[in-house]
Design a protein around this ligand. Structure first.
Ligand code: PBG
Length: 334
């Protein structure tokens, strides 16, 4: 930004005048964070317990469909507009093509229905990817150690259709196959779901910071190799703009950058280039590293949470997926 005129010299200018009290700081704040900026990711499971602790993510629980519905009710009362669902399913149903991902009576359809019964005003976002359902932990169909792009597209389109059919409002492909948004949009159009939103994880980087999540959904122990042939190389930023351009051209309504805190430079470039609703995901590793510091007394919990979430707004995000969502919404309510 070039200033229209040079800043006045001291003592005519005293920037501290605009910081001198809470009311003036509030009055001149350039960005605001509200509960409406938050999306609450819920890890759901098909196990017996309503709430099961996750060792790598203190404060996050694997929820039964019933408990997920209760969380959605809580989201509604906190002013959080939407929840995002991620499944941990029994290993017994995992196979090489992720059959469970397209089971109309599976865990995710059950959760969507339970949530829509309990809190229909809350938006439901679903992850479109096969990794939680495959016995190799990859997001696509694997053949001879290669992740097959085009064969995966059919599976993803069917998965998104199953989710929309069960009542999902937003399908969010996080798999990073080429052409998935087009395949999903065509499947939705062909089946009468023209109003279903697609929020594509357009710029998703191959990251060490998904580690705790893979433990949470049970894909860590299945995963062979890494995801670098489909998720992005963290050396790149122009490539993120090409990914976003493709996904928008294929019919995405909104896009996501992931991970979040480490990739706010990407968020800023995407927002300035495309001016479309851009989300970011404060991922599990970012969450857990903060929780570890909080547990040690090294970070002040409330202040650290609000400061990190505000950073997303400053970068230009329309909203942020964060495991801190309910806690942050409570803090914001004062
Ligand atoms: C998988 C998926 C991942 C996350 C969301 N969807 C992990 C991965 O790509 O391995 C990560 C979320 C988090 O770390 O909080 N399609």
């Amino acid at each position: 930004m070039t200033l229209p005129f040079p800043p006045a010299p001291f003592p005519l200018a005293r920037p501290r005048r605009l910081r001198a009290s809470p009311w003036v700081r509030r009055m001149v704040a350039e960005t605001v964070l509200t509960p409406a900026d938050l999306v609450w990711p819920l890890i759901v499971h098909d196990g017996a317990e309503d709430r099961q602790a996750i060792a790598s993510m203190p404060g996050v629980f694997r929820l039964s469909p019933k408990a997920a519905a209760q969380a959605a009710v809580e989201a509604r009362s906190l002013g959080i507009p939407a929840v995002a669902l991620f499944p941990n399913v029994d290993v017994a149903i995992k196979d090489s093509i992720g059959t469970g991902a397209t089971d109309p009576d599976g865990l995710i359809p059950d959760c969507i229905k339970a949530i829509k019964d309990a809190a229909p005003e809350v938006g439901v976002m679903c992850d479109v990817a096969l990794d939680c359902y495959t016995d190799h932990g990859h997001d696509g169909v694997v053949e001879d150690g290669r992740i097959l792009n085009d064969a995966t597209l059919e599976r993803l389109a069917e998965q998104a259709f199953i989710q929309a059919h069960a009542g999902a409002d937003i399908v969010a492909p996080s798999d990073m196959m080429d052409g998935r948004v087009q395949a999903i949009r065509e499947a939705l159009e062909a089946n009468g779901f023209s109003d279903t939103l697609i929020l594509s994880y357009a710029a998703k980087y191959a990251s060490a910071f998904y580690g705790p999540y893979r433990d949470a959904v049970g894909s860590a122990k299945m995963l062979t190799g890494d995801k670098k042939t489909y998720q992005m190389d963290y050396a790149n930023t122009d490539e993120a703009l090409r990914e976003v351009a493709m996904d928008l051209a294929e019919g995405a309504d909104a896009v996501m950058v992931k991970p979040g805190m480490l990739y706010l430079d990407i968020v800023r470039r995407v927002v300035e280039t495309f001016r479309v609703p851009t989300f970011a995901y404060q991922v599990s590793g970012e969450y857990s590293m903060m929780q570890a510091s909080i547990a040690n007394g090294w970070l002040d919990e409330d202040r650290a949470i609000l400061e990190t979430l505000h950073a997303f707004k400053r970068a230009g995000c329309a909203g942020v997926l964060s495991y801190f969502a309910p806690q942050a919404a409570r803090l914001l309510a004062g």
